[in-house]
Each structure stands twice: as C-alpha cells, then as structure tokens.
Write a protein that binds this ligand. Structure first.
Ligand code: N2P
Length: 368
C-alpha cells in the first residue's frame, strides 16, 4: 500500500493529496501491526498519527482525499484495504452502511465512546457503525480587502456574494471558486432560491442549473481543497468552502503575514451542516487496530488538538476546555442555537433524483 502523510498545513492541498505521497518507515518491521487510514486532506493535527504510533506500536499508512465520491468509488469496488475511512454522514456514510460495506462497531473496544456528545450523535442514524470525527458548515471564505476594494457594500453575510450573478461579476478578476460536489452546492443553491434543498423537484433543479450556468463564467474553478492555499496566497478572493478549511486559509494567511485577512460567513440564507463519520469497512485488514484508533481519537486531549489544528468542531464536549479559547468560543466554529436554526442537515434523496443532480453538476462544471 502506498504510504503518505498529510500533516495538514505543511503539505496542504488535495491536489497534493494524490501527488505528494511520501514513503514512510511503517511496515518494515516483521510482525508489526499496520493500520490503513483514508481521511480528508487538511483534517488532522501534525502529530496525531505519530502519537498514535508511539502509544500503540501500530504503524499507520495515512492517505488522503478531498471528495466523498472518491472514497465511495474505492469502497464500493471492494478490497480497498482501508481500516478507517471518514465519509460525510449523509448521504454518503448512510448509504454505504445500507450497502453493507461497514462493520458494526464493537463498543467494548471503544470505551471512549462515552466521551461523545449524545445529542450530536443522535443526529446521525448510523451510530452503530461510526462515530462523528468532525462537523462543520458550508459557507463563504472571502478576502476581506480584495472584496471590499471591488465592492464597498459587498453583502459579506449573504450567499448573494457568489450566487447573485451581478454581485459575483465584481470578483471574477480576483478569483472565485466552488466546491466540486453536486450534493454540496446544489442544495445550497436550491435553498437560496427558496426551494426545499432536498425536495427532489426537477423544475427547481432546472432553476438551480440555470443560475449556476449564469454564474460559471465568473468562477475560476470547481475544486474541493485547492482553495485553502489559494485563499491564503491571494490567488482567489472568494470560495464556497468548508468552515475549517477557510479558517485554515485564514491562519495560513496570517502566518505568512499577508496584507489581507480571510473571513468566513455562515450565510444568512442558511446552509448545510454536516457530520463526517469514522467507520471501519467490513473488509478492513486490521479491524482491531481500527477500533484502537477510534478510541485513541476520542480522547479529549487528542481531539482538542485536532480541532485546534484544523478548526473544525468535534463531538467530544470534554475537549472544549482543552482547546484554544479563540476556537472554542468562536460562534462560526461552534454555531449557537440561533445560528443552527437556519442551518439544514444533509438529507438522502432518491437515486433517480441523485442521478439527475449529478448530471446537472456535470453540465455546470463543463459548461455544456
Ligand atoms: C477537510 C474537509 C472536510 C470537510 N479538508 C468535508 N466534510
């Protein structure tokens, strides 16, 4: 198996996810246990894996992706060789569980399950098969100076910034990006246009497509990890992205002492709130080590470190006090109830609608 380490900030983008695979030392000792982890890029602290290896003697092969579709395709093909994967709860993890490709967690091997926030875990239907790793929102990352320079009264708290063709046209020259994912962007657009994001209404889907087609000339690219570095470097000035990724861009910009700042908006029109789930594939080569890994991650100090580094919320309340107070008290990381009230959780849709949505997205991406 290919071995790679993505220590988040240092290595960076999902472009790098496939390109930058460093051959590690794992697996060279006869009889040593191995664990194959497949996680999102920019989604773990720098030393988490090292600490796990030191504590358990298990060598980790750590590989990264930036798209749920990639994980799903590999798992559905079978014998992917992973012990831990981290798909988004709905629709991905849920339908993968329904397809029978995960094993039920052996709760006796994960005493730290007790550390999980029960009310958050109750929001996912698949808790016998996975635990929440991190959760967050989809929103807008923006370069405050570049945006305000082009539009003094830019609607910084609204999806109008990107979804209103007249507004976004102001920013085409400084660079606009969107996540490359039908199930992320189309529900946001439907909701913005006043439709039920998961209502499976084909007329509404057509309206979303028409609007996205109108916008696409102002969009530099559709990609789900490159925007972190590009926002941080000033290569782009607006992105629809995931909360923690935008905060990482903000931190990288500050570290590089850029003369601009990156902001993140949970749009006032509402947006998706999601949960990413750690699960163990049914054909995992080393399920015992996988349980050990989940148990390790669920320790408050370990998961607090991860949140500190990737700036996504976790589901272990005892980690809150161990976090950087700027993060634990940030309402855009841990949205308070009044903000959560305008968020919607992802919902599964009928496969035929899902195919229509995917085709719509292909047309939007390619412009045809
Ligand atoms: C990490 C992105 C994870 C969030 N870069 C997607 N659910």
């Amino acid at each position: 198996m290919r071995q790679s380490r993505n220590h988040g900030r240092a290595i960076g983008t999902g472009l790098a996810a496939t390109a930058l695979c460093v051959v590690g030392m794992a697996g060279t000792t006869a009889g040593a246990q191995e664990l194959n982890v497949f996680n999102w890029s920019d989604y773990i602290a720098e030393d988490t894996i090292e600490r796990f290896e030191e504590e358990t003697g298990i060598s980790v092969n750590y590989d990264v992706y930036d798209s749920n579709s990639v994980v799903e395709a590999r798992l559905m093909a079978g014998a992917a060789g992973y012990d831990i994967v981290v798909p988004t709860a709905v629709p991905y993890f849920q339908r993968q569980v329904d397809a029978g490709i995960y094993q039920e967690l052996d709760r006796d091997l994960i005493p730290n399950l007790d550390n999980l926030d029960a009310s958050l875990m109750d929001r996912v239907d698949t808790q016998d098969y996975g635990v929440i790793y991190m959760w967050g929102t989809n929103g807008i990352g923006y370069n405050r100076e570049a945006v305000l320079e082009r539009m003094q009264d830019a609607p910084l708290t609204s999806l109008d910034l990107i979804f209103d063709p007249e507004v976004v046209a102001n920013f085409a020259d400084c660079g606009v990006s969107m996540l490359d994912d039908a199930a992320e962007i189309i529900p946001m657009m439907l909701n913005y246009l006043g439709h039920d994001p998961y209502g499976e209404d084909l007329d509404a889907l057509q309206q979303a497509e028409d609007r996205l087609m109108e916008l696409r000339e102002h969009v530099r690219y559709f990609h789900s990890s490159q925007y972190i570095n590009d926002l941080a470097n000033g290569e782009i000035c607006l992105a629809i992205g995931w909360s923690g990724d935008v905060f990482q861009a903000r931190d990288r910009a500050a570290e590089a002492e850029q003369d601009f700042t990156i902001g993140y908006t949970i749009p006032e029109e509402g947006t998706v709130l999601w949960f990413d789930m750690m699960g163990i594939p049914a054909d995992a080569p080393n399920p015992e080590a996988a349980h050990e890994f989940i148990n390790f991650i669920l320790q408050p100090e370990i998961i607090a470190d991860i949140t500190n580094y990737v700036v996504y919320a976790n589901a272990v309340p005892a980690s809150r006090d161990l976090m950087d107070p700027e993060i634990s008290s940030d309402p855009s990381v841990f949205p308070p109830q009044e903000v959560q009230d305008r968020l919607f959780s992802a919902q599964s849709v009928d496969p035929s609608y899902e195919r229509a949505r995917t085709r719509t997205w292909t047309r939007v991406r390619t412009g045809q």
